[in-house]
Design a protein around this ligand. Sequence first.
Ligand code: CMP
Length: 139
Amino acid sequence: ALERTFSIIKPDATKRNLTGAIVKKFEDAGLRVVASKRIHLTKAQAGEFYAVHKERPFYDELCEFMASAPIVAQVLEGEDAIAKNREVMGATNPADAAPGTIRAEFAESVGENSVHGSDAPETAKTEIAYFFSGLELVG
Ligand code: CMP
């Protein structure tokens, strides 16, 4: 079915000027950018976005990193967008990511792994709403 998912191009990637290269991977896979904004999160905003990971040992490091430089938050639309986006990103840890995936090609470590993508329809909905209003989604 036609779906929307939420994507973040993370600080390690924006710093290395990889925004275009990453978007190209999504577009080549048939995903369409229907909303996009470059923002510099505060640590508190990053913490709210990643609240589900609050109890994890890497939470503080994760929030610190996500607030360390600008990110590009996007909504991607396409057939099975959630699964497709995850396929193009590759495994969370770049050491496990399949060749040709974004994380295999660009990620620096499990923490600085270049991209985030929603893991399920419910999280996609929540994550999109955290960054975008309905009027900003232009299909
Ligand atoms: P993401 O899809 O953005 O969701 C949570 C993030 O936590 C994940 O990608 C990783 O970047 C990060 N993460 C997961 N495991 C670790 C870890 N062991 N150390 C640091 N960061 C991690």
